[in-house]
Design a protein around this ligand. Structure first.
Ligand code: CMC
Length: 362
């Protein structure tokens, strides 16, 4: 029997994360995601995902220092970023740069390489962005933590605390999400005993597709339309009646509230309560959830992570071309945690296909 898209197939055992779609829970290493965003940093949660336990003071300091050290790109990589054609999209640039970052790497996947890959993603994005805009590249600052430094390189100034908190919450919530397509792709590549740079290159290529890392840009378009419509309820009713999907609503696994959307909404309410985008998002959510209940009864359709990610990105003035690359800069932690887990206890992925073509005539 062929199981299309491997739907429902459990392809590996993992201790990294668990998604409970019925009860709307996402668990990283035994801990509920909502709790992790309250008092923990990107660095701490990354350490937790890689090691299965919280870092002590010394381990955290060591991780932060290593991340800072690897923020600087080798000269040849910066030159590569400048020489790639201007029309090449950001995800293709990331994929090419990561591939070029590990040309000699034949070692078994390691924690050090996981840190290096995580450290270099924001620099690659910021360096390329400044080049495209024809302005000098704001070099990474060794004074700042990971997320703060990313915003600093993009904007040339230390971010406001609310901006830092918004992006850090988003990045923690998107670090890891079970056996999604890009994580699977990374695990398949490393299962052949290929190297970690090749595995992350595969993952980026997979993430790039609109069915996966599609980014919240479509939600922005929907919110724009809602803002211009003058009658949100009428617009949404017509969309549903035409059979259109409301972007940012519904989920394949969560058949209740997406816990990441709830956590993002709560941080937005805290830091951007007067933001007009937040007000618009709340109005659209209220109208859409009620109309979806009326017109699609029994389907349990609520906001997903993309919906409030869009509002977060808007509130920190992140340009839409950077949405998927930013998602990638956080998901690299989940990928590398899975790569390490796969290589610790490896069986090569080698499924079979069911041949339905012609046979030789005998
Ligand atoms: N708007 C309107 N109707 C919807 C929506 C929506 N967003 N999502 C599902 N439905 C309806 C759908 O029309 C169908 O109705 P009917 O039974 O009358 O034909 C029913 O709900 C079930 O749809 P489905 O396609 O079988 O549901 P699914 O669980 O396979 O789809 C989904 C999941 C995310 C593809 C879908 O909800 C969707 O297209 N949403 C909009 C796009 C979006 O926001 N994508 C981001 C998802 S979060 C990604 C991540 O976790 O990384």
């Amino acid at each position: 029997m062929v199981i299309k898209g491997l739907k429902g197939v459990k392809a590996a055992e993992t201790v990294i994360s668990h998604i409970d779609g019925v009860n709307g829970r996402l668990i990283y290493r035994g801990l509920d995601i909502g709790e992790l965003t309250k008092n923990h940093s990107f660095e701490e949660v990354s350490y937790l995902l890689w090691h299965g336990e919280w870092p002590d003071h010394h381990q955290l300091l060591q991780l932060k220092n290593k991340l800072k050290k690897h923020r600087e790109l080798p000269e040849y990589l910066e030159n590569l970023l400048i020489s790639l054609p201007a029309e090449m999209d950001f995800m293709s640039v990331l994929r090419t740069a990561v591939s070029a970052a590990g040309p000699l790497n034949k070692d078994k996947p390691s924690y050090s390489d996981s840190i290096r890959l995580t450290a270099m993603m924001p620099t690659i994005i910021a360096c390329r962005k400044s080049h495209l805009e024809g302005r000098p590249f704001v070099r990474p600052s060794a004074e700042l933590d990971h997320v703060e430094n990313y915003l600093y390189m993009l904007n040339g100034e230390k971010p406001a605390e609310s901006q830092r908190k918004a992006l850090e919450t988003y990045m923690i919530l998107t670090l890891e999400h079970g056996m999604n397509a890009s994580t699977f792709s990374a695990r398949v590549t490393v299962s052949t005993e290929s190297d970690i740079y090749s595995a992350v290159t595969s993952a980026i290529g997979t993430m790039k597709g609109p069915l996966h890392g599609g980014a919240p840009s479509e939600v922005i378009a929907f919110l724009d339309e809602a803002a211009k419509s003058g009658n949100i309820e009428k617009l949404i009713r017509e969309k549903i009646n035409r059979g259109e999907r409301l972007m940012g609503f519904g989920h394949r696994i969560y058949k209740t509230h997406d816990p990441r959307a709830l956590a993002l909404k709560s941080v937005l309410l805290e830091i951007a309560s007067k933001d007009e985008w937040l007000g618009l998002s709340l109005d659209v959510e209220t109208a859409a959830v009620s109309l979806l209940q009326e017109l699609k009864p029994g389907r349990a359709l609520y906001t997903n992570v993309e919906f409030y990610a869009a509002a977060i990105m808007k509130s920190i003035q992140m340009e839409s071309e950077l949405f998927t690359p930013t998602f990638t800069a956080s998901r690299v932690v989940g990928w590398t945690a899975h790569i390490l887990e796969q290589s610790e206890n490896n069986t090569i992925f080698r499924p079979e296909s069911h041949y339905i073509g012609r046979m030789p005539v005998v």
